[in-house]
Ligand binder design. Structure first.
Ligand code: MLT
Length: 306
């Protein structure tokens, strides 16, 4: 019987799936890297979210390991090169939390447009600052999507529903798909020049790192607002800070940071910045979906090699 270790807080439903599929499963979230290395040897599969770092050292201590399942999208916490060299399959669940992450991006866009966090804090503090918080409508504004895959296309759908004009930069987006989604496919420079809001929905790769570089931020329209619920490192944070201070960028909503956990950042001191602690996938529904999907996928692989 194959053995799987779940080393992060996955929904308990995943444990039930492994058991039902005839796989021995241990649920041990919160182990230190050394503790994990000490117990990993007998396991055929390792199921993780983002807390466990699946490093070369860990895989070297896991001679039986055949599959790593990431309950979520990004596999940044897995050393995929080492896994591939060792014949360990790395699988993710690219669809399970896409709606939730897209909804977070839309929520962040509203929060920025109407300064909701600041207005809430001010009202709770007993100040009735009705004249302080003048917002902007989303209706009729141009949303620039950098990345129009699983998550970006859901954001596009919701934004079209809000009567925004959506322009998308994505080398993998076909003209046909763009038409189906009701978005206009454009080059990055055109997006930078036209967007009132920019939202990022691309993985962090060598091609996308700093895609909103200092130079590209300078090309954005005066008064643009930026939303990043994808990955830290896509936006040059120092350049963003300067652009927010100068007023060139009117606001930014950030769920992800170059360094996480982000417990300190000059951006936190700015009023026109809304921040959340990488909550893009944090809904009950999404966590249930990704846990169930990863358990089923890993069971399929371990039981049939498919
Ligand atoms: C993902 O890659 O699935 C999301 O960023 C959520 C997460 O890392 O927890």
């Amino acid at each position: 019987m194959p053995k799987v270790l779940i080393s992060d807080k996955l929904s308990p439903a995943s444990v039930e799936i492994f058991k039902r599929r005839g796989i021995e499963v241990d649920f041990k979230p919160g182990l230190s890297p050394a503790e994990l290395r000490a117990i990993i040897a007998p396991y055929d599969g390792l199921a993780v979210r983002s807390a466990t770092k699946v490093t070369r050292e860990l895989m070297e201590a896991a001679p039986n390991l055949k599959v790593v399942g990431r309950a979520g999208i990004g596999v940044d916490n897995v050393d995929v090169t080492t896994a591939t060299a060792r014949g360990v399959v790395v699988m993710n669940t690219p669809y399970g939390n896409a709606i939730t992450t897209a909804e977070h991006a839309i929520a962040m866009m509203f929060a920025l447009a109407r300064q909701l966090p600041e207005a809430s804090a001010s009202t709770k503090a007993g100040r009735w600052e009705k004249n302080r918080f003048m917002g902007v409508e989303l209706f009729g504004k141009t949303l620039g999507l950098i990345g129009c895959g699983n998550i970006g296309s859901i954001v596009a759908d919701r934004a079209v529903g809000l009567h925004m004009k959506v322009v998308a930069f994505d080398p993998f987006l076909s003209e046909k798909r763009a038409v189906e989604l009701g978005v206009e496919k454009v080059e990055l420079n055109e997006l930078l020049e036209r967007a009132d809001f920019v939202t990022l929905h691309t993985p962090l790769t060598e091609q996308t790192r700093n895609i909103l570089s200092r130079g590209n931020i300078a090309r954005l329209k005066q008064g643009v607002r930026i939303i990043n619920c994808a990955r830290g490192g896509l936006v040059d944070e120092a350049a963003l800070y300067d652009a927010l201070k100068s007023g060139h960028v009117a606001g930014a909503a950030l769920d992800v940071f170059e360094t996480e956990p982000a417990t300190d950042s000059p951006l936190f001191g700015l009023e026109n910045v809304v921040c959340t602690p990488h909550l893009g996938a944090a809904t009950a529904e999404a966590q249930e979906n990704v846990a169930l999907q990863v358990a089923d996928q890993m069971a399929d692989f371990l039981l049939t090699g498919a």
